[in-house]
Design a protein around this ligand. Structure first.
Ligand code: HEC
Ligand code: HEC
Ligand code: HEC
Ligand code: HEC
Ligand code: HEC
Ligand code: HEC
Ligand code: HEC
Ligand code: HEC
Ligand code: HEC
Ligand code: HEC
Ligand code: HEC
Ligand code: HEC
Ligand code: HEC
Length: 450
């Protein structure tokens, strides 16, 4: 038994030394031959033939990566060489480690460099196994997110690495840069927009708040239709639109909010696409049918005015109108009668009295209005009691061809009644359908309170 063991041990020793000696001599032969001619045309010459040849291969430094197993080479069905190191350690002998940043691409993490690179040569740059713009990434990725009908051009072109690093990144999803910097690299117009005075917070924050990166069912790669997109975040506006009596037609057409707001940024506050007056008049330069009535052309009214209402050019349309929704007709932002006759309380004219003195309606305060005859306050005469007239019986709050915003005509039911207003020295005159020609003159000033 003991002898048997000794015998086996010495046999093993002999075998071991023999093998070591043989390996040594073979290694030498192998190294020498590699220096002369592994890449000889007759042998591995094809390794030098491609467009791009890996630098150590070009220099014939096969042994930097391959070492002999000890078997004679070449020999059918015998593996004559192993790699000097496992991949990726082999590559990291000469290249910086590319698996150290916060996010490492799974095949890089696993050392599968050869899924993408040929170690010797390639017709493609960077020794890639396939052209990166055709199917390199598709080898492993079948992106659901790139299949929707509206596709992002660089994705269609397969330019994945314009946005992703193939190895590693400190940004999530292996992005070269985080959005929005990533997107602004190619989108110069938006790169200018982000410098404007008023920038929409989600635009500054991340383009993906609204856009899809690869493809979308909506135009402009939007995540939602423009109609649903804005109210997804501005849900208070959604509630207002659902509950309000009047919703502005500009909000409910196809473009919706972006009729008036830039989704990105603007030189105007609230990201308006133009200053308020120009914005409103860009549509209200024509009439619009609404139900049975026809909304008149406001731009024309202003253009034909002798003196447009200072409220418009000193303030703007939104001094009186809510651009979105309202509880009252005409989208007015404060109380104002919607009918020709009304119960006169000052609160019912809150819209005008935001800027004008409500005392102009006081019987005893004739001095506070120029619409007076002697000491009779003609504003009070027309606008008092349970059946007073609305201001717009005589005035158009936008503009008219006459002084003092007095209309040419006023509407009584279906009767378009002319006012024939004229300015006379220290007063005025009119001969409307409702009474004979009257005139008023501001003579003595007569305010008992003063
Ligand atoms: C930068 C390292 C590197 C250098 C330098 C290198 N090789 Fe390779 N070689 C590899 C790797 C990696 C493999 C693949 C090994 C595997 O698949 O396990 C390989 C495989 C091979 C194979 C097997 C067949 C094949 O193509 O996959 C041969 C033959 C070969 N190399 C020959 C050479 C010769 C000859 C040289 C010198 C002219 C050389 N190699 C230089 C890394 C290298
Ligand atoms: C998913 C495919 C993929 C894998 C896996 C991959 N690479 Fe790359 N590699 C690329 C692409 C694509 C480029 C070209 C990048 C470019 O043009 O910006 C590249 C470029 C390179 C370059 C040259 C440019 C540079 O970044 O220095 C080296 C070196 C490199 N890879 C090494 C490696 C090593 C080492 C591994 C394994 C640890 C590896 N790669 C794994 C796709 C891959
Ligand atoms: C013995 C050193 C050495 C080893 C090992 C090595 N490389 Fe290289 N590799 C180089 C040198 C040198 C260059 C050329 C200089 C440069 O561009 O950095 C290069 C270039 C590259 C390039 C760019 C090719 C181009 O288009 O110019 C890639 C990709 C690359 N190596 C991948 C690998 C991979 C993958 C491995 C591991 C399988 C590896 N290398 C192992 C030395 C090495
Ligand atoms: C060898 C297979 C393979 C190839 C080739 C490959 N990938 Fe990947 N990639 C994976 C695996 C596996 C994951 C991890 C699982 C997943 O998220 O799908 C991954 C994940 C990713 C991720 C998500 C990372 C994250 O943090 O969620 C991105 C982005 C990516 N790959 C981009 C690319 C790009 C760009 C290319 C082409 C240059 C490419 N991949 C080629 C296998 C591959
Ligand atoms: C224009 C830039 C851009 C291009 C080009 C691009 N991606 Fe992306 N990709 C992104 C962004 C941004 C994200 C991150 C989305 C997120 O954070 O939700 C992403 C996410 C991913 C993801 C993870 C989430 C998902 O959508 O499945 C993978 C995988 C991916 N990209 C692979 C690719 C591949 C493969 C290509 C080429 C066919 C490609 N990408 C082209 C910008 C791009
Ligand atoms: C590599 C360059 C590049 C990068 C990076 C890039 N894009 Fe694009 N993008 C394009 C090109 C090219 C087009 C098509 C031409 C155009 O409309 O400008 C396009 C088109 C678009 C469109 C308009 C689509 C249409 O139907 O009109 C949107 C929206 C868009 N990109 C958003 C983004 C977002 C968001 C990002 C960042 C996640 C981004 N892009 C990153 C190149 C790029
Ligand atoms: C709040 C949502 C939102 C955000 C955030 C956003 N966009 Fe947009 N983007 C839109 C809408 C809505 C449109 C469509 C505008 C139109 O049709 O007039 C659009 C259109 C575009 C277009 C096409 C422009 C054209 O003239 O056709 C590009 C490119 C674009 N966005 C890039 C970006 C970039 C880059 C970012 C990030 C810096 C970004 N977007 C962030 C909502 C957004
Ligand atoms: C991803 C969420 C998001 C989306 C989508 C979004 N917004 Fe915003 N928006 C914000 C945030 C956050 C603010 C700043 C906080 C605030 O004022 O409510 C803001 C502010 C605004 C403001 C200025 C509000 C103020 O009081 O100063 C306007 C106007 C605006 N957004 C319009 C839009 C329009 C139009 C769209 C659709 C194109 C849109 N938003 C889509 C998040 C969003
Ligand atoms: C007809 C033009 C127009 C349309 C359409 C429009 N807005 Fe506005 N929006 C404005 C104006 C004008 C302002 C007020 C700016 C100011 O106060 O200086 C404004 C202000 C805002 C504000 C600031 C807070 C507030 O209520 O005043 C938000 C938020 C807003 N809009 C969101 C939206 C959303 C969401 C939509 C689509 C549902 C939309 N807007 C459609 C013209 C419009
Ligand atoms: C994109 C075109 C567009 C813009 C810009 C626009 N409007 Fe309008 N507006 C309409 C349309 C269409 C209607 C008629 C449909 C409706 O409102 O029901 C209308 C109706 C109105 C009405 C009457 C509402 C009613 O039903 O009595 C007022 C008042 C009004 N707009 C004021 C404004 C003001 C103020 C602005 C600027 C902040 C503005 N509009 C900007 C398209 C626009
Ligand atoms: C001083 C307050 C005030 C200002 C400022 C003002 N409006 Fe008006 N607007 C009204 C009142 C009151 C009505 C309802 C009575 C009427 O139709 O005259 C009205 C009605 C309208 C109507 C509906 C007209 C119709 O025929 O039904 C539109 C459209 C309109 N305004 C647009 C504008 C636009 C556009 C601006 C800015 C250029 C503007 N308004 C500025 C007070 C104002
Ligand atoms: C945002 C402020 C503002 C609002 C609201 C406002 N106005 Fe004015 N209005 C002015 C200014 C400013 C003037 C010019 C200075 C002055 O005469 O007081 C003016 C002048 C007038 C004039 C005198 C024109 C003249 O030549 O004598 C009339 C009439 C008038 N407004 C009617 C109205 C009516 C009716 C309303 C309510 C529908 C109204 N205003 C609401 C600011 C406003
Ligand atoms: C019966 C026609 C009529 C009605 C109704 C009327 N006004 Fe006047 N208003 C005038 C006339 C005429 C003037 C011009 C007085 C002058 O300067 O000669 C005037 C002038 C004004 C002025 C300029 C300052 C002043 O008091 O002289 C304002 C402001 C004004 N009106 C606002 C209103 C408001 C607000 C209402 C509704 C509460 C209203 N008006 C109702 C006819 C009317």
């Amino acid at each position: 038994m003991r002898n048997k063991i000794l015998f086996i041990c010495s046999l093993l020793l002999v075998l071991f030394f023999n093998a070591a000696a043989q390996q040594d001599s073979l290694k030498k032969i192998q190294v020498d031959s590699s220096k002369k001619g592994c890449s000889d045309v007759a042998c591995h010459g094809n390794l030098l033939k491609q467009e791009v040849v890996h630098h150590p291969v070009e220099r014939g430094e096969c042994e930097k990566c391959h070492q002999s197993t000890g078997s004679l080479h070449p020999q059918a069905n015998v593996k004559g060489f192993t790699l000097t190191k496992q991949i990726p350690a082999l590559c990291y002998k000469c290249h910086d480690e590319n698996n150290v940043q916060k996010h490492v691409h799974s095949p890089v993490q696993k050392g599968l460099c050869l899924e993408c690179h040929n170690p010797h040569n390639s017709p493609e740059s960077n020794l890639l196994v396939i052209n990166p713009e055709s199917k390199l990434c598709e080898k492993c990725h079948n992106l659901e997110s790139a299949k929707k009908p509206v596709k992002h051009e660089p994705v269609v072109k397969g330019e994945c690495i314009k946005c992703h690093d193939p190895h590693q990144s400190d940004n999530a999803r292996l992005l070269n840069l985080a959005s929005p910097a990533l997107c602004l690299k190619c989108h110069k117009k938006q790169a200018e927009e982000i410098k404007l005075a008023y920038v929409h917070p989600p635009f500054r924050d991340n383009c993906l708040n609204c856009h899809a990166q690869h493809s979308s069912s909506e135009a402009k790669l939007l995540n939602l239709t423009p109609k649903n997109l804005c109210v997804y975040c501005h849900d208070d506006m959604k509630k207002r639109m659902e509950n309000a009596t009047v919703v502005h037609g500009a909000l409910t057409d196809k473009k919706g909010c972006i009729n008036c707001h830039s989704p990105h940024a603007s030189a105007e506050k609230k990201f308006l696409v133009a200053d308020v007056n120009h914005l409103c008049l860009s549509c209200h330069d024509r009439g619009y049918p609404v139900g049975t009535r026809r909304i008149r052309n406001i731009a024309q009214a202003i253009q034909n005015s002798k003196n447009p209402h200072a409220a418009i050019y000193k303030f703007s349309c939104i001094a009186c109108h809510d651009p979105h929704t309202s509880e009252s007709p005409d989208l007015l932002n404060k109380a104002f009668p919607s009918t020709t006759y009304t119960v006169v309380k000052k609160e019912n004219f809150a819209l005008c009295f935001e800027c004008h003195k409500s005392e102009m309606l006081d019987k005893s305060n004739a001095a506070l209005t120029s619409f007076r005859n002697g000491d009779v306050n003609l504003h009070y005469v027309h606008v008092n009691g349970d059946k007073g007239r609305s201001c717009v019986v005589c005035h158009d709050p936008h503009g008219t061809p006459n002084d003092h915003l007095i209309k040419d005509n006023t509407q009584f039911g279906s009767w378009t009644m002319p006012l024939n207003y004229k300015v006379i020295p220290n007063g005025g005159s009119c001969s409307p359908g409702c009474h004979a020609e009257r005139k008023y003159e501001r003579v003595a000033v007569i305010n008992p309170k003063n």
